[in-house]
Design a protein around this ligand. Sequence first.
Ligand code: CMP
Length: 435
Amino acid sequence: MAHSHLFSRDVVPGGEQHLFARLWSALVIVLITTGAFVAPLRVSLGDDLIPHAALLDALLSLLFTADIAFNAGESRRTGLAYGRFLLAADIAAAIPFFLLFPGWPWLLFLRLFKLARVAKAMGAWRQQHLHHWNALRLVYFVYWLAIAVHWLATGWLSLRGIYAGADRWTLYLHSLYWCISTITTIGYGDITPANNEQVLYAIVVMIFGVGMYGYVIANISTIIGNLQPARTRYLANMEKLGAFMRSREIPPALQRRIRDFYGYVWEHRLGYDESSIVQGLPPGLLVEVSLFLKRDIIQKVPFFKGAGEELIREIALVMQPIVYTPGDTVFLAGEPGADMFFISRGHCEVIGTDGRSIVATLREGDFFGEIALLEHRPRSASVRAATYCDLYRLDKESFDRVIAKFPEFAAHIGATSAGRRQEPGGPGRRRPESR
Ligand code: CMP
């Protein structure tokens, strides 16, 4: 098929390497996060809480060293500079301090600079998945909050010290419990600061908690409200529409039809007006997007299936989608013909000259309205939508241009149209008027 490759463009060049890079970044983020959780625990509780702590250290140093090589390769491949801060953070995270200075566990905190990598990756994902921006915001928020709460809890643990009779896991849990109840401003008061240092620390955590609270109240409701922006906008528009229809006292039956129409458009096109969205694109991209959006009709109309690429491109660019609801008149017999239509979904009925009889029922892939354009005369019959119909409209000017440029299209339309004119009850045979 001449146009089949139009819809099969490879979107991700070098997909394999892309996949490896993404998997590696995901692994490194998991490792950085592990480091961010483990380091303060080891500083406050000692090494024995974490099983195989030395092995974990060795693994992290090894993989972070490999990550430096990977990042250097990526920056060479993409031409983007490595970045001094990121390089310093990567090197600091990769040095095996546990071997060099075994008695200084707080050196592990140097690994936390590598969290800058996580922040950078989050920024990149945000750019790539703008349509999931709100969901991502929520995930990022929970991620940083979890790390912050964990750090605050381990800080409290260090201040309280390890006391006899409690195992380390229980101590950590109690700290976490104190920290969360303070941050969320619940503050049961069953664990209280015992000296000035702890009082100061509690004040800091309380202030952090109030800030968090403000942030949550201000942002989370907006984020959740925006999770389905199209749906939210659709519902708001429907409410506005309802208020308008009631204020203008539009009859209930008509109101129902209007609502049904918007419901149909919402379900089938997510409420978007395609043409307005693609309008701002540069010409090359506009053709590609138009072809893609109109692939349904191009694949349904038998003639288009065998047509040349140039014809398809020309038609895809000028055809405009239009929806009719059941019972709508597309046009009436006798009206001047300004356009022809292709059916993408639904049935249309051609009404005979008596105004009642159904001469023909046209379905997906059929077209109509061509006779008036070819013969420069008024509509030979009325056409009505029998169901919800997704049509594509080709205006007269574009039709004339395409007919003049592509004789095979003219011949096909002409042959179908001639057959229709012969049919009993149809528009009858007439000689085309001279131009
Ligand atoms: P036009 O005359 O512009 O407007 C009415 C349209 O109905 C006409 O073009 C044809 O496309 C279509 N039409 C008329 N008669 C028939 C028929 N017998 N079968 C199918 N379609 C028809």
